[in-house]
Design a binder for this molecule. Structure first.
Ligand SMILES: Cc1ncc(COP(=O)(O)O)c(C=O)c1O
Length: 431
């Protein structure tokens, strides 16, 4: 039997090519593999620190600065970084030859891989640079005329609200703003809020699947089912939910969807995906045009000009990494980590949580505040005193910080956060 040191050496060796089959000559790694695949439920595996230390070993994150803003953008595992660098160096041997003739041959295979992950047809998937690009393509690509109504909320992402405001200014469409009361554990009330804003002039409803401010999950499917029956088109902003919550895009019932892959999928920075229901593709004008901007082929949205094919092609490695963990296991771990810290601080005097702890209402993001301390001040004290990186959230009556762990975050890391919040809340009480 290997001792602890050889066991971990074997694990890190396996982690150099993570999730390739472990070396079965090692009883320990065979055991780990076996437990992962066969005997543990996602919820049980969520607490198996041996397994997650194996996952963590493939990340090159700082051992000192504790990054708890993975919601902003994720680090890539080493395998993804390596693929990116390899493709980049390869491209530099003769860029137009290697990028356009060699690497680009991977495009259709990558489209199929993303479609498989998203649960749709490859003919419904366009590869682009981020959710901003995908959603702007949809928002500016739809034919809308003056007086047409679009339902959206004050909790949607600012750049998407701005895109709609630009259409309002330019085309005279009418924006119908909802103000959601968050956090909410009342699905019916959320659905009612959207649906009661629909009128005979409503053409589009814009729904953010997972709200970046507080981590709230919006019941997109229920809203979409009602909207589509009324002939209202449904746009879903999936920037924060893809490869985070365990679902397939068609489950949402939307017509249009976009996400960033550099968030929860851990693909290279500047990689994204757009989905359009097949029969709707012809209704969206290409933002960056090609020879058939109103045609039915999803590839019309990929006339993006010269860009890094290395980062696009390395998306495939990120998909492999994600699938090796498994979407259900990943979500169970993220939920476990979120609740691990949140349950420890929620009863500390002066501390407030602004996110549900139930997995049907929120994902891994959660917002916490300390009475009397502004979000910006809490963020800077966590960073300057404790070297914990979070992001300030000031929205409505909430002024706190958003905390987002990822698959490489450990309970020990979160103990550091809990200790910091407890100490800061104590100091605030005395002051
Ligand atoms: C809800 C939501 N939509 C869209 C975006 C834009 O993502 P990106 O900057 O990757 O385009 C974000 C970014 O955080 C977001 O939270």
């Amino acid at each position: 039997m290997p001792n602890r040191r050889t066991f971990f050496r074997q694990l890190s060796a396996a982690a150099a090519l993570p999730f390739a089959l472990p070396d079965f000559s090692s009883p320990a790694s065979f055991d780990l593999y076996n437990r992962l695949r066969t005997s543990l439920s996602p919820q049980q595996l969520a607490q198996d620190e041996d397994f997650w230390s194996w996952v963590k070993a493939d990340f090159t994150v700082s051992p000192n600065l504790l990054n708890l803003n993975n919601g902003g953008v994720s680090p890539q595992p080493k395998t993804v970084q390596d693929a990116h660098i390899r493709f980049y160096q390869y491209s530099n041997e003769a860029p137009s030859y290697y990028m356009w003739r060699i690497l680009d041959q991977g495009r259709e295979a990558l489209r199929a891989k993303l479609a498989d992950l998203a649960g749709c047809s490859p003919e419904e998937v366009a590869i682009n640079r981020n959710a901003t690009e995908g959603l702007n393509t949809i928002i500016f690509g739809l034919d809308l005329k003056a007086g047409d109504e679009v339902v959206l909320t004050k909790q949607d992402y600012p750049n998407m609200m701005n895109a709609w405001k630009q259409r309002e200014k330019r085309d005279g469409i009418k924006l119908v703003w909802l103000d959601l009361n968050l956090p909410s554990e009342n699905e019916e009330e959320l659905v009612r809020k959207y649906v009661s804003a629909f009128t005979g002039r409503t053409r589009v409803v814009h729904v953010t699947h997972l709200i970046n401010w507080t981590g709230q999950i919006i019941p997109v499917r229920k809203i979409a089912d009602i909207a589509r029956k009324q002939g209202i088109e449904v746009i879903c902003d999936g920037a924060h939910s893809f490869a985070h919550l365990d679902y397939k895009v068609p489950d949402l019932g939307c017509d249009y969807y976009a996400t960033s892959l550099h968030k929860w999928l851990c693909a290279p920075f500047g990689s994204g995906m757009m989905y359009i229901r097949k029969e709707k593709i012809k209704n969206i004008w290409a933002l960056l045009s090609n020879n058939e901007p109103d045609g039915p082929d999803i590839r019309k949205f990929e006339s993006l000009g010269t860009r890094s094919f290395a980062s696009e092609m390395a998306i495939g490695t990120a998909v492999d990494f994600h699938l090796a963990i498994g979407p259900a296991r990943k979500f169970a771990r993220l939920h476990y980590l979120k609740n691990y810290w949140a349950e420890k601080v929620r009863d500390v005097s002066g501390v407030k949580l602004h996110t549900s702890l139930k997995p049907e209402f929120a994902g891994a993001l959660a917002v916490v505040s300390i009475d009397g301390l502004k979000g910006g001040d809490l963020e800077s004290q966590l960073l300057n005193t404790y070297k914990i990186h979070t992001t300030p959230i000031v929205t409505g009556s909430i002024s706190g910080v958003r905390v987002t762990p990822h698959v490489y975050t450990t309970p020990k890391d979160l103990d550091r956060l809990v200790a910091a919040i407890t100490e800061l809340a104590g100091k605030q009480k005395k002051s």
